[in-house]
Design a protein around this ligand. Sequence first.
Ligand SMILES: *Cc1c(COP(=O)(O)O)cnc(C)c1O
Length: 342
Amino acid sequence: MNTELDWSNLSFGYIPTDYNVRCRYSNGKWGEIEVSSSEIINMHMAATALHYGQEIFEGLKAFRGKDGKVRIFRLEENAKRIQSSATGIKMAPVPEDIFRKMVIEAVRLNARFIPPYGSGASLYIRPLEIGMSAQIGVHPASEYLFMVMVTPVGPYFKEGFRPTNICIMREFDRVAPKGTGRWKVGGNYAASLEAGERAHELGYSAVLYLDPKEKKYVDECGPANFFAIKDGVYITPASESILPSVTNKSLMTLAEDMGIKVEARHITVDELGEIDEAAACGTAAVASPIAEIHDLDNDTKYIVSPDGEPGPITTKLYNKLRAVQLGEEPDEHSWNTIVEGV
Ligand SMILES: *Cc1c(COP(=O)(O)O)cnc(C)c1O
């Protein structure tokens, strides 16, 4: 245990840990898994990751549970998703068993950075893959580095689980209609920074992006998926420019377990006037409730939560997912991987 860290006040930043785990792809195959204590990557200045954005990543978490055991949430889903991202931008996909071994190893080696149960903090796991070949021509690299780093992160809701306001801004798209939105590609984030920073300057927590083709349907909420509750039904956008969120998928399953109907379909902007609850969802926050959605282009305000409180169904789903992650409630769908010996 690392006694110097103030777990409950950690930000979503970067705190150095002891080790990271790496694996290289060259000559058509993945090599041995290596453990490194260096925070530095030595790479060629002509690497494809630097020039042409051959970079993909993942984000998942490990938690110290009520019973003292360490659980990693749904790592198989992240393993599958990074393979899909790799295929999407012509990188070598990391085999699922290598992904799994490296994620577990990175958590185990940095066990002293896993926040204690009850702190609200967790160990954030960041796998990433980059194209390493030195080449100036625009074509896929033949060499890749896949690595897993971890860093402890504090509770997302420091002032409690409270709704925030978001905005619709049609001037920017995060991704193209048939572009890279469905893959976890670094460039999608670069493309979202301008709109995101403008929204923050105006006091909004995120931009609610509309579908990039027709600008008619709700797409993603900043770097998170969007869901709403309407007449007791869980609705979430279905679109090929959305990144399939593991959190959203899990919340949909939990909703169905609770007898709540789930619909993945188009949600028009007008329909935002008829919803009873809304939230952004992703690994960082699980669910971040939304109070108001301001359409900046036609000065319309959709008041989702008139009393400024999170909705009851959102709260119930949030509590349930957290409880499964922390081993407080049974893991009925076998979502957790227990890390032995830490
Ligand atoms: C990572 C990500 C999410 C959330 O996915 P989770 O698997 O739930 O963490 C949602 N949208 C985008 C654009 C993302 O990159």
